[in-house]
Design a protein around this ligand. Structure first.
Ligand SMILES: [Zn+2]
Length: 189
């Protein structure tokens, strides 16, 4: 409809007042376009399955989701073994996040900056895209809480350890099977 207006205003050789009207309309059009372009790019940034977003109840055995398939193969295999063992104990493991694209991590960081007001503060809660072990495929977030406690107790059988003291759901392959988990250090996921 706006295009139609513009076309109509441009049709004759435009005298003074009409030229101003046309200019105003075209300005309005430009700003409309700018706003909708912003909206579009915001939507374009919304991460999807290709960025590692996983549906609820994702198994570590799922071989069709990038969030699982792009994990470090040794980590994925360890989580699969833990999932099978846990199932025998009546607990159903879910991978809530595995591999994440840098874009996904950047989006999480932007959200955290909006929430906490500064990048410095946000970094206490979200790892920088260049530092996140999810982006390199070397970390998994596991749920539900039952599964987290099971892994905290038995994960070392598979080399899996909680590595961030403030995230009981975040595990990495940081010891040998049956080995001792190293002390937790970095308080970010
Ligand atoms: Zn994590």
């Amino acid at each position: 409809m706006l295009t139609h207006h513009l076309r109509r205003d441009r049709r004759p050789a435009v005298p003074g007042r009409l030229a101003i009207v046309a200019a105003v309309i075209s300005l309005a059009l430009t700003s409309c376009t700018a706003v909708s372009a912003q909206d579009d790019s915001a939507q374009g940034r919304t991460p999807g399955a290709a960025d590692g977003v996983l549906p609820d109840h994702t198994s570590a055995h799922n071989t069709s989701l990038p969030g699982v398939t792009k994990l470090d193969p040794a980590l994925r295999e360890a989580v699969q073994k833990a999932e099978t063992a846990m199932k025998a104990d009546g607990i159903k493991l879910q991978v809530t996040t595995g591999w994440r694209s840098k874009k996904y991590q950047e989006e999480l960081m932007e959200k955290a900056i909006r929430k906490y007001g500064s990048k410095k503060k946000a970094k206490e809660y979200v790892a920088d895209p260049d530092e996140s072990h999810h982006v390199t495929g070397h970390a998994v977030d596991i749920g539900p809480t039952d599964a987290d406690y099971w892994l905290i107790r038995h994960g070392n059988r598979y080399g899996l350890c909680q590595t961030l003291s403030n995230e009981i759901w975040h595990f990495e392959l940081v010891t040998t099977p049956g080995g001792t988990c190293p002390p937790m250090t970095d308080p970010r996921g």
